[in-house]
Design a protein. Structure first.
Lengths: 298, 306, 283
């Protein structure tokens, strides 16, 4: 009997040694999960820079695409991106702000609002390529808009709508209830409360959401691919009904070519694209910092 | 100056009410755009899909093992495309689930607030990188420099590289939702476990993780749905061969890369090639919508619980 | 002073006393509730409230926390409309009209019945713009000078003018807590409401600020009907003419247990629980 207790003691101790060792080693193992993603990101950036940096030149931005990789540039794609994404932001941001205002200020607590919110959540789950297919069927052929900047911009606007709406909702929620109630108690209508209390306070945060939506739209290739096709465009888009291409599609085109020179070219193009996105995201971080400072001060 | 009479007050209220009502109509209409879009998506896909199914039976579509819509002799079996989509997505989840859950546990249970505040946005950027960049990476770096080292016979275009890159892309989804789920576990539960003399490892894996399990599962479901819809990586690095194969080293075509292929070529409006875009898109939407529905349901359940 | 004069003066005092103590509240009630009940998401919070708030007096609503005092107050200017899940039944009569009847616009009600909240909530703008806010929102068509004058009057009434007259353009958040709360009172008064509701207005303030606000309320009561919610019984005793006491029953539903002239409530409460509460045996 005494022996048995002793044996059990030893087993227990061995087990607790194992536990102590595990307790120390497990967090290290888990942290690999964190660094895994970061490492891949870093490797990606390093590879692209090594491969493409010597191809960075003004020609890359100012020249039209060409079959000769030494001369090829992405001018039409950059202009196409600016036109399409810019127009999509003009459509998407006001729609998002308005939706958020309705959901929070006019329909809060109502069943109807839940349904609308659910619709927006569902929209966020639709694969982006499906937006392209529907854009092709409904806008390009159904409404006869054609494979144009307009069709692309609308599709991108709808694609980013759920994300931007969610940030606008969050932005409105940061406005203290106190202030809203104070204005209502003076006899303000909802519209007046929105205009004079909510928007001044929430607008900067809404705009950061808008910029994030823009940077998402800039990287989107699949829906534009379906709507516009894989084109070799050597003209600037000048009208809403022009055919167009965008930067990620130009890159897709170059990546798909077998010649090594095009691989380098695509790496250089990726650097340009990533720099643009980096600039936009830095802008958001800076705006958030300013916002944070402002809220701290008050 | 003088004050406003009751009459004037009422007049002002009426005037402002009108502006308010008008504004409400405007913002309501904006909100309805989302609902309208859902309707447009379903009707557009349905109409063209119906046209597609005059060429192919639904039974053939769902059970056929040959997809040769772009060839002269046409077969309309979606299984090769569906198989490639599921296979690449499974590979993606095999990457993003373990790494993402580990990262979420580390960030939620072990990391200090400062590390957390830096690490979370950095992981987030992974989903902000344009997918065409991941496609480049898969084709030019992962396959030749990584996979070829272990697997000589692997094809240039292959499902494995596609899946691995989609895994990186979906990592932030798993991290964000799992982290939320872990954070939602009440601290009392942790304290109670510690007060019973548990080690941290027991608290984390026997108390917190089981309590957050449904959220973690939801994160995987939602990441899977996102993986199925990824287009550019598959189109660049997966190839356009519609073959029914379970060998991840082979080139194969996913549903999305089929759509991309039709789009890069020329499928005139009204042809069966054009209509097939909508049938494939519709099926893709139905599957991802179902997965999203389940995922969001699960999330909502734990949101109510705590 | 002649004997007649003295007699006259006493009569006036008696009459004034009567008008307060006589509890003929019925007649000149500016605002009254009839069978008012409020529930949140189906849970009853207060039930069967019958109160008559007399013009040009201060009525205090007191009671332990959670008894529904603020809920009652918020239903007097339809602020409960803004709380999702809130449902009000019964009547609130303002100038004899039920403010919950269909054709009454809550926006109008709120512009005639002002409100001051627990925590000072000035808008993030200048002192001047805070006071002018209600005037602008309500469509007062004033010239610049009229606006200035109106703002000044409101600030004087709120006993804040002397402290801010040199910095009307300063941000409201640069004021102290007590000043901010008086700014909120000025903001409400600028619209010239008939009724002023105050929801524990001094709960977050220091004693000096509190006493300033109490004094200003007493000073302006002849122009308004003032209703103040407080859980500070001394405050109710100091400022109010009438007092309503609210208590919760075993189901946590709030009810009015006692209502009458403040002096009576504090000297000879009829209800046992009120007495226990007032004498500090229940909190």
């Amino acid at each position: 009997m005494g022996d048995q207790i002793l044996i059990r003691d030893q087993v227990d101790r061995r087990r607790s040694d194992l536990k102590r060792w595990l307790d120390r080693i497990v967090p290290v193992v888990l942290s690999v999960g964190v660094f895994f993603g970061v490492t891949v990101l870093a490797a990606l950036v390093v590879d692209v820079v090594l491969e493409g940096s010597h191809r960075l030149s003004l020609n890359l931005i100012t020249n039209y695409p060409s079959a000769n990789p030494a001369e090829a540039g992405m001018r039409s794609a950059i202009l196409g991106t600016i036109a399409t994404v810019g127009l999509s932001a003009v459509i998407c941001i006001p729609l998002s702000i308005a939706s958020a205002i309705y959901l929070i200020e006019y329909a809060a607590g109502k069943r109807w609002a839940e349904v609308l919110r659910y619709n927006i959540a569902n929209l966020a789950g639709v694969p982006s390529v499906v937006f392209g297919v529907v854009g092709l069927g409904f806008l390009v052929y159904g409404l006869g808009v054609g494979r144009s900047v307009l069709a692309g911009a609308f599709t991108l606007a709808i694609l980013t709508l759920p994300y931007v709406t969610v940030t606008c909702v969050e932005a409105i929620k940061t406005v203290p209830e106190d202030l809203k109630f104070g204005a209502y108690a003076l006899g303000a209508t909802r519209f007046q409360v929105v205009r004079s209390i909510i928007l001044p306070r929430a607008l900067p945060m809404m705009l950061t959401g808008g910029i994030l939506g823009i940077s998402r739209a800039i990287g989107e290739a699949a829906p534009i691919l379906v709507i516009s096709g894989l084109l070799f465009i050597r003209e600037d888009p000048t009208s809403l009904f022009d055919r167009f291409t965008v930067m990620p599609l130009q890159l897709f085109n170059w990546i798909s070519r077998p010649q090594p020179a095009f691989r380098e070219l695509s790496a250089a193009g990726i650097i340009v694209l990533l720099l643009i996105l980096l600039a936009l995201n830095s802008l958001v971080i800076y705006m958030r910092y300013r916002l944070y400072r402002r809220l701290e001060a008050t | 100056m003088g004050s406003l009479s009751t009459h004037e007050f009422l007049k002002s209220v009426r005037r402002r009410r009108r502006a308010d009502s008008l504004f409400m109509v405007v913002v309501l209409s904006a909100t309805l755009v989302s609902t309208l879009t859902l309707i447009v998506i379903f009707t557009t896909l349905s109409v063209e899909s119906v046209a597609f199914f005059t060429h192919a039976s639904i039974l053939e579509f769902l059970t056929g093992t040959k997809w040769t819509v772009l060839f002269a002799e046409k077969h309309y079996g979606i299984l090769p495309l569906l198989n490639a989509t599921v296979l690449t997505s499974l590979i993606a989840i095999a990457v993003s689930a373990p790494a993402g859950i580990a990262a979420a546990i580390y960030l939620s249970e072990y990391a200090g607030p400062r590390f957390r505040n830096i690490a979370k946005p950095v992981i987030e950027t992974l989903s902000g990188v344009p997918t065409v960049v991941y496609g480049y990476f898969a084709l030019y770096l992962v396959t030749p420099n990584l996979l070829r080292v272990f697997w000589e016979g692997i094809s240039i275009h292959n499902a494995l590289a596609v899946g691995l890159m989609i895994g990186i892309l979906t990592l932030p989804i798993v991290v964000a939702i799992s982290d939320d789920a872990l954070k939602a576990v009440p601290n009392d539960l942790r304290l109670a476990a510690y007060s019973l003399g548990s080690r941290k490892i027991d608290v984390v894996f026997r108390v917190v993780l089981p309590a957050a399990l449904s959220g973690v599962v939801a994160s995987i479901i939602l990441a899977f749905a996102r993986a199925m819809g990824e287009t550019l990586i598959a189109a660049i690095a997966g190839g356009f061969r519609p073959v029914l194969s379970f060998d991840p080293g082979e080139s194969m075509q996913t549903m999305t890369s089929y759509i991309a292929q039709v789009a890069t070529g020329d499928a005139p409006h009204g042809t069966v090639e054009y209509q097939s875009l909508f049938a494939v898109g519709f099926l893709l939407l139905l599957i991802t919508a179902t997965l999203n529905f389940i995922g969001l349901r699960v999330i909502r359940r734990w949101e109510i619980k705590y | 002073m002649s004997a007649e004069d003295l007699l006259e003066k006493i009569k006036v005092i008696i009459r004034e006393e009567e008008s307060v103590e006589g509890a003929d509240v019925e007649k000149d009630a500016a605002i009254a509730t009839e069978g008012l009940s409020v529930s949140y998401n189906g849970r009853l919070a207060v039930e069967g409230v019958n109160l008559k708030f007399r013009s040009n007096t201060i009525t205090a609503i007191i009671g332990p926390s959670g008894c529904g005092k603020s809920t009652v107050l918020r239903s007097l200017n339809r602020m409960n409309d803004l709380v999702p899940g809130a449902r009000v039944t019964g009547k609130v009569l303002f100038r004899g009209v039920d403010i919950y009847s269909k054709d009454v616009d809550p926006v109008f009600i709120r512009s005639r019945i002002g409100m001051v909240f627990q925590r000072p909530n000035p808008f993030p703008m200048s002192v001047f713009d805070n006071v002018a806010f209600g005037l602008r929102v309500n469509g007062f068509k004033l010239t610049k000078d009229e606006m200035k004058k109106r703002v000044q009057e409101a600030l004087i009434k709120a006993a804040l003018w002397d402290e801010v007259k040199d910095r009307l353009d300063a941000h409201a958040y640069s004021l102290s807590g007590g000043q901010q709360q008086r700014l909120c009172i000025a903001r409400a008064l600028a619209v010239e409401p008939e009724v002023l509701l105050l929801d524990e207005p001094t709960v977050s303030l220091d004693p000096i600020s509190t006493s300033k606000i109490e004094r200003l309320l007493v000073a302006i009561k002849h122009d308004y009907t003032i209703i103040i919610v407080t859980h500070n019984m001394q405050q109710a005793a100091r400022v109010s003419d009438y007092t309503a006491v609210m208590m919760t029953d075993e189901n946590l539903v709030g009810r009015v247990t006692e209502f009458g002239p403040t002096k009576e409530i504090f000297t000879s409460p009829k209800d046992q629980r009120t007495e226990a509460y007032i004498s500090g045996r229940v909190s």
